[in-house]
Write a protein that binds this ligand. Structure first.
Ligand code: SAM
Ligand code: SF4
Length: 323
């Protein structure tokens, strides 16, 4: 079991498959992706070796992310091979939804258990303004198709942006009224590249929290192994609302995740000021060596990030490591 010096248990790995992306979200890659690293991305064999090492160390859940993970041509192969690693119970993926409608059937057949789709606005024009893509309807039909096909867990990620969706709570609530999905508002985080955008657009999740409570939503009890999201339900709604508030006090206390980039760099925190490469361990078919390496590094994990002090570490934008 991976443990840090503050007794936190790490059973969840977020694994980036590429830094590249075909969207240009204004908070992440406003000028689009200029990724030069595609040829150096971890191969499917390396991904499987990495996951075997983490599984041996007690990791039970893998999230495939990016950049945009669905740009990987070998995605289905990766999903099915990761799913069949001993000890891995859940394979999830975070996507911008570009390929959702076309490929969700194949991803589910390959063994995908859960999907998070980023939807920052339910208004087509605003969605276009935020992401640079005029595809909202197509993505929403992909979400409904995922539900129809029996995807066990569908979540929407919505980054809270003062000007673009800060006043749109009712629209989002209507969306989850008859859909069994969890919609999560994520507070915008400052990164190395987005300082002035952050200063203009950051809105605290507490504003949404207060509205939810006033409308009769109640907070669900946290499961023992749950991450930092707070989840709310309402008897008149099929879906739930989640809040991820990285600037709130004690946010890091329930941290249960580690990150590896598409180049094989281990990040102990999203906002770490250094990373440690483990690619050299991925050729030897020696999961125990990987498990031992990760456990040793983990002892250096700080108790919390320093985002409140605007210390964003190495992270220029979250497409680098997957958010
Ligand atoms: N491209 C995929 C997507 O957008 O879902 C996966 C990668 S993206 C980096 C993962 C998540 O991080 C998305 O939900 C995205 O909205 C979120 N994100 C990106 N930059 C962020 C920021 N500065 N603050 C908060 N969330 C951010
Ligand atoms: Fe691409 Fe996701 Fe970043 Fe948007 S948030 S630019 S979809 S990596």
């Amino acid at each position: 079991m991976l443990l840090d010096q503050y007794h936190r248990r790490f059973t969840y790995l977020r694994l980036s498959l590429t830094e590249s992306c075909n969207f240009r979200c204004n908070y992440c890659l406003p000028n689009g992706s200029d990724c030069q690293n595609r040829a150096a991305e971890l191969t499917a064999d390396e991904v499987v070796a990495l996951v075997k090492g983490f599984a041996l160390a007690g990791t039970r859940k893998i999230r495939l992310t990016g950049g945009e993970p669905t740009l990987r041509k070998d995605l289905c192969d990766i999903i099915s091979r990761v799913k069949s690693v001993d000890g891995i119970e859940k394979v999830a993926m975070t996507t911008n939804g570009y390929r959702l409608k076309r490929d969700i059937g194949d991803w589910l057949a390959a063994g995908l258990d859960a999907i998070n789709v980023s939807v920052d606005s339910l208004d087509p024009a605003t969605f276009h303004l935020v992401t640079g893509q005029d595809r909202l309807q197509d993505i929403l039909s992909g979400i409904d198709l995922a539900l129809e096909l029996g995807c066990r867990q569908v979540k929407l990620n919505t980054v809270l942006l003062k000007q673009y969706n800060g006043q749109a709570l009712n629209q989002f609530l209507n969306f989850v009224k008859n859909r069994a999905i969890s919609l999560r508002f994520i507070e915008l985080m400052q990164t190395g590249d987005n300082q002035s955008f952050f200063n203009k657009q950051h809105q605290s999740g507490a504003s949404i929290q207060a509205q939810l409570l006033a409308l009769g939503w109640t907070q669900l009890p946290k499961l023992a192994d749950a991450g930092p999201a707070l989840e709310y339900s309402h008897p008149d709604y099929h879906g739930t609302i989640g809040l991820i508030m990285p600037y709130s006090k004690d946010f890091c206390n329930s941290c249960n995740r580690l990150r590896v980039s598409s180049l094989g760099d281990l990040y102990l925190c999203l906002f770490a000021s250094e990373h440690r490469n483990l690619r050299h361990l991925l050729t030897g078919n020696n999961p125990a060596e990987i498990a031992e390496f990760v456990q040793k590094q983990l002892l250096d994990k700080p108790i919390a990030h320093s985002l409140q002090q605007a210390q964003t570490g190495l992270t220029k934008q979250l497409a680098m490591i997957g958010g």
